[in-house]
Design a protein around this ligand. Structure first.
Ligand SMILES: Cc1cc2nc3c(=O)[nH]c(=O)nc-3n(C[C@H](O)[C@H](O)[C@H](O)COP(=O)(O)OP(=O)(O)OC[C@H]3O[C@@H](n4cnc5c(N)ncnc54)[C@H](O)[C@@H]3O)c2cc1C
Length: 246
């Protein structure tokens, strides 16, 4: 409650009050997510207690909204002798904290509004009251915070897939080859039908994950883990199919 009052309420009505969640590092991507239980695997950014502060050192990359965010949720290793499930902690760090700077901003083919960037941490001093959740238990907090985001990521794939399908459908109805609209050729009709079915499957899957994130007694970790790759792979296939129809 104290953290909400100090960090979130002042930005409540300000669209610039964006938060970025930072766990990925150049040497640690999937190892943070799976997570890998080898003690040498996972993030390398460190958090060391010093008086009434923690001192953070390290670097994050690929962080969505890192460039425009005003507040960061930063994961760091608080016990390097343990795997990240037992030795990582989570911190709230405002943008203007001395020692925090933004490095390279990535150029991407999609999601271009989410300005993915590096966050550099050099002796960043975080007051003890800005530890989020329990010391060494960041991965528990992470699981809670990403429950909804996987459904969101699935949904972001369906928008472009739906648009590619609609454009291909319109074209197939008007393009005449073989003396009739190409949609009347079975190969094109079947391809469009399969594209439509894949979009419905993605919608059902991310809706189910979103609903179960709110109704946690029905939460299925397996579905949660596959929704993102399933929707992303479907988007790739649907857009390639659409290109074949043009
Ligand atoms: C658009 C976008 C937004 C992002 N936003 C954020 C953000 O806001 N915050 C944040 O912290 N991170 C963010 N990330 C980073 C994202 O979490 C990482 O890209 C992801 O964890 C994968 O890590 P990596 O890119 O280092 O790939 P790697 O982990 O190096 O994976 C490379 C390949 O190896 C495979 N692989 C990896 N480990 C294994 C294994 N154990 N067994 C079999 N195969 C394996 C992977 O499936 C992949 O195909 C974002 C990434 C993207 C693309």
């Amino acid at each position: 409650e104290d953290q909400i009052q100090r960090h979130l309420i002042p930005w409540r009505d300000d669209p610039r009050g964006m938060i970025a969640l930072a766990f990925t590092e150049p040497v640690a991507g999937s190892d943070n997510l799976l997570p890998c239980l080898d003690v040498k695997a996972g993030m390398k950014t460190t958090a060391v207690p010093e008086g009434d502060h923690y001192v953070l050192n390290g670097m994050k990359h690929f962080i969505s909204n890192a460039y425009c965010a005003r507040l960061y949720l930063i994961f760091a290793r608080s016990d390097l002798t343990k795997p990240i499930t037992e030795g990582a902690s989570l911190f709230l760090v405002p943008r203007d904290t001395p020692g925090l700077s933004i490095g390279r901003v990535d150029d991407k083919v999609g999601q271009r509004l989410a300005d993915n960037a590096e966050i550099i941490l050099e002796n960043v001093r975080v007051p003890k009251e800005d530890l989020v959740g329990e010391w060494n238990k960041a991965m528990v907090s992470r699981e809670r915070s990403v429950r909804h985001s996987h459904a969101f990521e699935g949904a972001t794939c369906v928008g472009p897939a739906q648009r590619a399908f609609e454009m291909a459908l319109d074209w197939a109805k008007t393009r005449i080859q073989g003396a009739k609209p190409i949609i009347q050729h079975p190969n094109i009709a079947i391809r469009l039908g399969e594209m439509w079915a894949a979009i419905q499957a993605c919608r059902l899957m991310y809706s189910r994950v979103a609903w179960s994130a709110d109704n946690f007694q029905y939460f299925d970790t397996r579905l949660f883990n596959v929704v993102n790759p399933f929707c992303a792979e479907s988007l790739m296939k649907i857009t390639l199919d659409a290109m074949q129809i043009f």
